[in-house]
Design a protein around this ligand. Structure first.
Ligand SMILES: [Fe+2]
Length: 297
């Protein structure tokens, strides 16, 4: 039987202790569009076709509640279900029609470290909207883990992710499509969320977006800079729940056929090629380390 791989990263579900403040931030400052707001949750899209980039759920503690991945078809989802079952992956919800807005057909599983992952197909799509200063989609997520090799193995074996590169012995970068990476894992003491990155169209849009966020009272935590290894412009912030979020833009074109995985050195030019970002503050590094919003608190 064929084992279909994941096609792309759809989005994430986060819990938020102050849901109203988070909704205000993501809609008015961050630039997402709110599709639905209730007393216990809110749903946002970016400007691309993906139905949902972010869902916020009210809860006492902030945590990464779910990762949403896409497969290309209902048949791929059913085949993946058979494959994951044979590999004894924990199936939380077997394939069924999804009842949330956007519809679709999906299942939920636990990864090897207990993260809830929804894989889905056949969701509704939006007509794209063009605004350079607002996110098009979630570009990538970075997850903290004490065991990078176990993460690389699980996400490759279960979902078909491919190793793109490593950053010394600190990070592994995995792709499921044609961009350099969709998910990365960062060596850490805890299983937690490191950061979520939202893609913008071009450099000028990042400056407009950064101005909108800072005018809303949220300072830049690290940036504006440019990652030397992939040419991606970056600017990091901390959201009202304490999650690290990033605007990224214009990652270098990537050839998945010709690419050979390499291990980068963690030099200053690889981290911040322009030298404009200045060293990040300790509260930002703590937030990236997943403190205090540990996944399993
Ligand atoms: Fe990033």
């Amino acid at each position: 039987m064929r084992t279909p791989g994941v096609d792309h990263l759809r989005g994430v579900v986060l819990t938020a202790p102050d849901l109203a403040a988070s909704v205000r931030f993501y809609e008015q400052a961050w630039g997402l569009l709110c599709l639905e707001e209730r007393t216990d949750h809110a749903v946002f899209r970016a400007l691309g076709p993906e139905y949902q980039a972010l869902r916020l759920e009210a809860a006492a503690k902030p945590r990464l509640a779910r990762i949403d991945l896409a497969v290309r078809s209902v048949r791929d989802l059913d085949d993946l279900h058979v494959s994951l079952t044979a590999k004894q992956v924990c199936i939380v919800t077997p394939p069924s029609r999804l009842r949330e807005a956007g519809g679709g057909y999906g299942m939920e599983v636990l990864d090897h470290e207990g993260r809830l992952v929804r894989i889905s197909a056949d969701l509704a799509e939006h007509a794209p909207i063009h605004d350079d200063s607002r996110p098009i989609r979630i570009s990538h997520i970075v997850l903290n883990s004490p065991d990078l090799e176990a993460c690389r193995f699980f996400y490759s074996d279960a979902f078909g992710f491919v190793l793109s590169d490593k950053s010394a012995d600190q990070m592994v970068f995995l792709r499921c499509g044609t961009t350099h990476y969709d998910i990365a894992f960062n060596q850490a003491e805890t299983i937690s969320l490191n950061h979520i990155s939202y893609e913008l169209h071009y450099y000028g849009g990042v400056y407009k977006a950064v101005e909108r966020v800072t005018e809303a009272g949220v300072p830049v935590s690290w940036g504006i800079g440019c990652h030397g290894v992939n040419g991606s412009m970056f600017s990091y912030f901390i959201d009202p729940s304490g999650f690290v979020i990033e605007y990224s833009c214009q990652m270098r074109p990537f050839d998945p056929v010709a690419h050979v995985p390499t291990t980068w050195e963690r030099t200053s030019i690889n981290m911040d090629a322009w030298g404009t970002a200045r060293p990040p503050a300790q509260d930002f590094l703590d937030a990236m380390a997943g403190l205090p919003q540990r996944l399993n608190d």
